[in-house]
Design a protein around this ligand. Structure first.
Ligand SMILES: NC(=O)C1=CN([C@@H]2O[C@H](COP(=O)(O)OP(=O)(O)OC[C@H]3O[C@@H](n4cnc5c(N)ncnc54)[C@H](O)[C@@H]3O)[C@@H](O)[C@H]2O)[C@@H](O)CC1
Ligand SMILES: [K+]
Length: 246
């Protein structure tokens, strides 16, 4: 996959990163700069909420599908911003709330305190019927390992048939962020909101692509020898186009 398969609005090529490179970026941001995960996750959630509001026709109800990782946490932060603006939003988890941990559990506790409806697959037999509005796909990001399994796979299958509009966070759940391959079921989004830099696998994914800033300083990329020419300019989110370069 060519590293410049993506182009910013001013026609500058934007470097794409593999899952391993993005994981290294996160590690350097946290360990060297002290830009911890909760801070970055807040940017992800707000950028995602902005994109959802822009993509949402009329008063479609929003369902945020969330997993237990960083991707799910970004989705939950997005749900808070939507609820704060009185948009009808509920959360569907791929596991019981008691099985959610880390920073993602912090996000979930906030939503619970706000009385945002929280459901999970085991507890609700009628998930399919309720996935018909705008669905935010925050089940799995670059942390995908193998084909989607269990409740996450069930939700991915249900959403593709039912949702009117799908907005995926970072990469469509079920798609390998590096290769773009789907080893099993995968979400087919109308829009993907990818974080910090586009992932190489997104060259093979359909729909609109929006790049959202996580506030990672250029020095983080420099330290990893990743070419970085701030694609945001003075904005916090920019649409990307895909070139045909492979
Ligand atoms: N800078 C960062 O690190 C940030 C990362 N964020 C998001 O966090 C993601 C990376 O977070 P993580 O490393 O926690 O990983 P992910 O959240 O991408 O994936 C882990 C989750 O996916 C599930 N999973 C993985 N493979 C599966 C399979 N085959 N079947 C079913 N479930 C599966 C795991 O059980 C877990 O719940 C990124 O894609 C991005 O969206 C954002 O939250 C903001 C900041
Ligand atoms: K996702």
């Amino acid at each position: 996959m060519d590293a410049s398969a993506f182009v910013a609005p001013d026609d500058r090529p934007v470097t794409a990163v593999t899952a391993a490179e993005m994981r290294a970026v996160d590690r350097v941001a946290v360990e060297d700069i002290g830009l911890d995960l909760p801070r970055m996750m807040e940017h992800a959630g707000r950028g995602l909420a902005d994109a959802v509001l822009a993509a949402r026709p009329a008063d479609l109800p929003v369902t945020v599908l969330a997993g237990n990782g960083g991707n799910g946490g970004g989705g939950l932060a997005c749900a808070r911003h939507l609820a704060n603006r009185d948009h009808p939003v509920r959360v569907v988890l791929d596991r019981a709330p008691t099985e959610v941990d880390g920073v993602t559990a912090e996000q979930l506790r906030i939503l619970k305190a706000m009385d945002v409806p929280i459901e999970w697959v085991d507890a609700d037999a009628d998930i399919d019927a309720a996935l018909d509005g705008l669905v935010v796909d925050a089940l799995i990001g670059y942390g995908l390992t193998g084909a989607p399994r269990g409740a996450a796979a069930e939700l991915i299958e249900a959403v593709d048939g039912a949702a009117e509009t799908i907005v995926s966070l970072d990469v469509p759940s079920g798609t390998n962020a590096t290769t773009g391959e789907a080893p099993g079921v995968a979400v087919e989004p109308d829009r993907t909101v990818t974080l910090a830099l586009p992932k190489t696998g997104l060259a093979a994914v359909g729909g609109d692509l929006l790049l959202v800033d996580l506030s990672i300083p250029a020095m983080v990329y420099d330290r990893l020898d990743i070419e970085y020419d701030n694609p945001f300019g003075d904005e916090f989110a920019v649409p990307l186009s895909r070139t045909d370069a492979e």
